[in-house]
Design a protein. Structure first.
Length: 602
C-alpha cells in the first residue's frame, strides 16, 4: 500500500499588496461581511445566450470521430475523487500535448496525470507518453522513455531549451515541477533541480511557456501558480461564503484562498536557468489566480510578450520592454477584463489572426454563466472584445476550457473549437440546468468577422458529452487536416480524428531557428495564398495548460499553391520564402531562404 497523502506547509498571501492574511482569516472576514468581492469562490454570472443569427446553410464537411480506444490511448485520468471534489486541487484537470519527441515527422501524445488525496493501493497513476506507430495506433513508451513520474500534475509546455534538435518537456505540479531533457535516443532525463527550474516545494504551478524574451537564441521559461493551496488550512465545503455555489456547499476557492504568483527563469545557455522574476518586473502584478500562459508578440514590436489567463482576477498582459523587463498593461490594452470592465474566470487562451487583417487576436474562455472573450487586435497594442457581434456568445451555459483557432474544414479561415465540463460533479443536484458533462463546441468562421455554431454538423466526436479540460490540436495522421486530443476528467482521453469530407488544400510549416532558438518559438508567420494573408505564431503553451503541434497548419481552400511566406523570427530578423505547392509539409530554416519539402515515412 503506497500512501500518497500530501502534506503542505501553510502559505500566507498578500491582499491588495498590503495585508498578510491566512486562508482561515479570510473566511472569517468574509463571513463577517467585510469582503463582498469574495461572495463566492468562482466568478460566474447570469449571462443569457446571445440571439443566434440565421444559419448560413453552408455545408460543413468536418466529421470528428473519437478513435482514442482503437488507437491505444487507454490511460485513465485521475483527479481526486470522481463523484465529489472536496478541494480545489481536485477540480481543474490537466493539460495534454501533441509533440514529435523522436523527430520522425509523426505526432506523439503526452498526457499529464493528476493524483488523489487518499493515496493508492498498488501502482500510482503517472503521466503517459504514447509513440505514434504511423498506422493510426499508438504504443505506450512511458517507462522506456523515463517519464513514469507520479504526482499532482497540471500543465505541460514544450520547447528545445538546449538547442540540440530534440523537443524537451516541462510539466507543472502541486509541488516541484519537472524539466524532462530529451536525450535524443527515445529517453528523457529529469533535470529541473540542477537546472534551477523546479520551483518551490509548496507551490501549485499551473501555466508554463517557453519563450526567448531577451532574443539571445535560448528559450527562457515563464511559470504561473494558481492558488497557495495548503490542505491543512483550507476550509471545508460550505464553511465560508467562498465555499458555496448557488447557496450549496462546494469546495472552497479560488477566491478566499491565497493568491498565486508568476516566475521568469532566464536561460543561461549552459543548461541552467536563473530566476529573474524580481528584476524583470514579473512579480509587480499581484493578486492573481493564474492558469494558461501564452507567449507571443501581441503588440507587434518584434519582442515576445506574455499573456496570462487568470481565474476570478484580472488577466495579465506583460509587455516586453525590450530591456529585460516587463510592464503589466492588461487594463490599458483591454485584455484584463470583459467589455463591461468585469473580472472573469479565465481558463484557456488561443492566439491567431482570425479575421486576416494581419494582427494576432486573442480568444479566452471563461466559467459558466459568462461569455468567452474575443479580443480583436486593433494594432499598436490595443484590443476590443467583439465576442457578441462575432457570434461566440451563444453558449454561456457551459464551463469552457481548452480552445483554439483551428481551420477544421481547410477553407482558409480559422474556426473555433472548445471543450466543456463543469467543475462540480454534484452540480446537477444543485441546479438541474447545469450539466457536469458537456459537448464540444464548434464554430465555423464565416470569413466576415463572424462565427456560427456548427456543433451539430461536426460528427459524433463533437456531440459526445464529457467533463473535458485540456485540449491540444495537430495533424497526428499527417493527412492534411487538424485532429484534436482531449483530457476527460476521470476517464480515458479522446482523440478526435478529423475525417474531412471535402477536397480542400492545405500546407504545414515546421520552423527551425539558427540565430533564433532552434524550435522557433515566438516566430510569426504570414502565408499569402488565394488572395488572403493568414498570420499565425509559433507557441509553446496555449489552449488550456496544453501543447499544440509546433508545426503551423494553414487551410488553403481552392488554392493549389502558396504565393509566398513571410517569417519574423524570434531573433527579430524577417525573411521571405518563395511560393510552394499546396498539400505538403515544409521545413523553413532561418537564413536559408528556401522551403524544404519534408517526406514522412509510413
Amino acid at each position: 500500500m503506497w500512501d500518497g497523502r500530501f502534506d503542505k506547509t501553510l502559505l500566507v498571501f498578500v491582499v491588495r499588496g498590503r495585508l498578510l492574511i491566512t486562508g482561515a482569516l479570510v473566511g472569517l472576514l468574509l463571513s463577517a461581511g467585510t469582503g463582498e468581492v469574495f461572495a463566492q469562490g468562482m466568478v460566474g454570472g447570469n449571462a443569457a445566450p446571445a440571439p443566434r443569427p440565421k444559419f448560413s446553410g453552408k455545408p460543413f464537411p468536418v466529421h470528428l470521430v473519437d478513435i482514442a480506444a482503437d488507437a491505444g490511448l487507454d490511460m485513465k485520468f485521475v483527479c481526486g475523487r470522481p463523484d465529489r471534489k472536496e478541494y480545489i486541487i481536485e477540480a481543474n484537470g490537466t493539460g495534454v500535448a501533441f509533440v514529435d519527441y523522436d523527430n520522425d515527422g509523426w505526432l506523439d501524445v503526452f498526457l499529464v496525470n493528476g493524483f488523489t488525496l487518499d493515496g493508492f493501493s498498488g501502482s500510482p497513476p503517472t503521466n503517459r507518453l504514447y509513440r505514434n506507430q504511423r498506422n493510426g495506433k499508438f504504443t505506450d513508451v512511458t517507462r522506456r522513455a523515463g517519464l513514469d513520474q507520479f504526482g499532482w500534475g497540471n500543465g505541460v509546455c514544450a520547447g528545445d531549451y538546449d538547442n540540440d534538435g530534440d523537443l524537451d518537456l516541462y510539466v507543472t505540479y502541486w509541488g516541484p515541477n519537472t524539466l524532462f531533457r530529451n536525450n535524443g535516443d527515445g529517453t528523457f532525463t529529469e533535470v529541473a533541480g540542477p537546472s534551477g527550474v523546479a520551483g518551490p516545494e509548496d507551490e501549485w504551478t499551473t501555466g508554463c511557456t517557453f519563450l526567448d524574451y531577451d532574443r539571445d537564441g535560448f528559450l527562457d521559461l515563464f511559470t504561473a501558480s494558481y492558488v497557495g493551496f495548503d490542505l491543512r488550512r483550507t476550509p471545508q465545503p460550505g464553511q465560508f461564503a467562498f465555499c458555496r455555489w448557488k447557496e450549496a456547499p462546494v469546495y472552497c476557492g479560488p477566491r478566499g484562498l491565497p493568491y498565486g504568483t508568476t516566475t521568469l527563469y532566464r536561460n543561461r545557455g549552459d543548461g541552467t536557468f536563473e530566476d529573474v522574476s524580481a528584476k524583470a518586473g514579473i512579480r509587480v502584478p499581484q493578486g492573481i489566480y493564474g492558469f494558461t500562459a501564452v507567449a507571443a508578440d501581441l503588440n507587434e514590436d518584434g519582442w515576445t510578450d506574455i499573456y496570462l489567463a487568470c481565474d476570478s482576477t484580472p488577466s495579465l498582459f506583460l509587455r516586453n520592454n525590450r530591456d529585460g523587463t516587463f510592464t503589466e498593461l492588461g487594463t490599458e490594452t483591454s485584455l484584463a477584463y470583459n467589455e463591461n470592465g468585469a473580472e472573469q474566470a479565465g481558463m484557456a487562451v488561443a492566439v491567431r489572426d482570425y479575421d486576416h487583417d494581419g494582427h494576432l487576436d486573442v480568444l479566452k474562455t471563461n466559467f459558466i454563466g459568462d461569455y468567452p472573450n474575443l479580443y480583436r487586435n486593433l494594432g499598436k497594442g490595443l484590443f476590443d472584445d467583439v465576442v457578441l457581434p462575432a457570434g461566440l456568445a451563444v453558449n454561456p451555459g457551459y464551463v469552457v476550457w481548452g480552445s483554439d483557432f483551428v481551420d477544421l474544414d481547410n477553407d482558409g479561415w480559422e474556426d473555433v473549437f472548445q471543450v466543456t465540463g463543469h467543475v462540480y460533479p454534484e452540480v446537477q443536484a444543485i441546479d438541474p440546468d447545469e450539466p457536469y458533462r458537456g459537448p464540444r463546441l464548434v464554430y465555423r468562421n464565416l470569413g466576415n468577422g463572424k462565427f456560427e455554431d456548427v456543433t451539430h454538423l461536426a460528427g459524433p466526436g463533437a456531440s459526445a458529452r464529457h467533463a473535458s479540460h485540456g485540449a491540444a490540436f495537430g495533424d497526428y495522421d499527417n493527412d492534411g487536416d487538424i485532429d484534436v486530443l482531449i483530457m476527460n476528467m476521470d476517464e480515458a482521453p479522446s482523440l478526435l480524428r478529423n475525417d474531412l469530407k471535402a477536397r480542400r488544400h492545405w500546407i504545414q510549416l515546421k520552423l527551425e531557428g539558427t540565430k533564433s532558438n532552434r524550435s522557433a518559438i515566438g516566430a510569426v508567420v504570414r502565408v499569402h495564398a488565394g488572395g488572403e494573408v493568414q498570420t499565425a505564431p509559433v507557441l509553446s503553451q496555449s489552449s488550456f495548460l496544453s501543447q499544440n503541434d509546433l508545426r503551423l497548419h494553414f487551410g488553403l481552400g481552392a488554392a493549389e499553391a502558396v504565393d509566398k511566406i513571410e517569417v519574423r523570427w524570434p531573433s527579430g530578423a524577417t525573411e521571405t520564402f518563395p511560393g510552394v505547392a499546396a498539400d505538403h509539409i515544409y521545413l523553413l530554416v532561418e537564413g536559408s531562404g528556401e522551403c524544404r519539402r519534408m517526406r514522412v515515412e509510413r
